[in-house]
Write a protein that binds this ligand. Structure first.
Ligand code: GLY
Length: 346
């Protein structure tokens, strides 16, 4: 079989399929949303109104992550961290908006614990003293996508997968009995599935002495602006992300300004950190924000359109696509996400 796309999803599929004894070739053009992804594993803090079916898939995949990370640890680092995520609100208006979402998350039975401002600052003293309140999503963890991809390549290689550095422009040129298209935004051109690029800009900062002053992932509302802060063990802090219906890869001053304003409103000491990188990438978005997982045409299977959730959904996607290839049947978990929902007459 062939996997078109050497990002987090493609490599996870390749790894699992090679482990099941399939002969696997990964075609990789060296690009991918993982290069700029923050790596949040956030089934709770990314649970939005009207997406209950998607949230169930996010929760299922999050449940697989600890074992997935542990198995990968034999092949290299993934940067997996499990401190949890603090959701915080700066102003009264921010709190009103955040509370609506936290209530919704709680009605879905997701683990969200409200925290008054004093308790937030007990957990993370570097948070701004003006913060109104917050909520802890204990099950929302993180990995470092750049380390993860290197380790997944090693793991897939160790399981027998081979790699070809080539950009695939048409599927007939790929010789294989089954082709899994995990090419992110490139999947549209290859197959005709409705995936569109959603531009995201993020910043990488470096903490003095390589010690960020906070341990949890922090997601905040700051004067109407949304931002997330992801601290890594090596001192990096990722600040993200814009969300723009644009195809260009130009880093803009406006996006950087908005992110830094919101970030320093929540954690003032960030203004002393080194600004290392402005990253621009494109999330593979779909018309209903849910991924495309399953058979498309003949020998072509799609594992794409993961939008904001590629890293989180990698373990569930890999197992389900592997199962589909072995048995010919899509497992129950991914049936609502069949790409056939967008096929003509589908
Ligand atoms: N999952 C975070 C983002 O897409 O920005």
């Amino acid at each position: 079989m062939a996997v078109v796309g050497g990002g987090v999803v493609g490599l996870s599929v390749a790894w699992r399929c090679a482990q099941r004894g399939m002969s696997v070739t990964v075609y990789d053009n060296g690009r991918g949303a993982w290069q700029v992804a923050a790596g949040m594993l956030a089934p709770v803090s990314e649970a939005y109104f009207g997406e209950a079916e998607l949230t169930a898939l996010l929760v299922a995949s999050a449940g697989q992550w600890p074992a997935f990370a542990q198995e990968l640890a034999a092949h290299g680092p993934t940067g997996y961290r499990s401190e949890g995520t603090l959701q915080v609100a700066l102003t009264q208006d921010d709190l009103a908006e955040a509370q609506r979402l936290w209530e919704y998350q709680q009605t879905l039975g997701l683990p969200v614990t409200r925290l008054p401002a004093a308790e937030l600052r007990e957990r993370e003293p570097s948070l701004h003293p003006r913060l109104r309140a917050g909520a802890l999503a204990e099950g929302d963890h993180q990995v470092d996508p750049r380390r993860l991809v290197t380790t997944l390549r090693t793991a897939a290689g160790a399981a027998g997968a081979s790699f070809v550095a080539r950009r695939i422009t048409d599927l007939p040129s790929v010789e294989a009995r089954a082709v899994v298209v995990a090419a992110g935004c490139g999947s549209a051109e290859l197959t005709g599935v409705p995936v569109r690029p959603v531009k995201g800009q993020l910043l990488r900062l470096r903490a003095p002495a390589h010690q960020p002053g906070f341990q949890h992932v922090i997601r905040g509302y700051a004067d109407g602006r949304k931002v997330y802060l992801v601290p890594r063990a090596d001192g990096e802090v990722v600040v993200g992300a814009s969300e723009e219906e644009r195809t260009d890869s130009v880093p803009t001053a406006g996006a950087a300004l908005q992110l830094l304003r919101a970030a320093t409103d929540l954690v003032p000491e960030l203004s002393e950190y080194e600004l290392v990188e402005v990253g621009v990438g494109h999330r593979p978005g779909t018309p209903d924000n849910a991924p495309l997982l399953g058979r498309w045409r003949d020998r072509v299977v799609v594992a794409s359109g993961h939008y904001r959730h590629g890293v989180l959904l990698a373990p569930a996607t890999a197992d389900a696509i592997c199962e589909l290839l072995v048995t010919g049947e899509a497992p129950e978990l991914i049936r609502p996400f069949s790409p056939q929902r967008f096929a003509e007459g589908g």
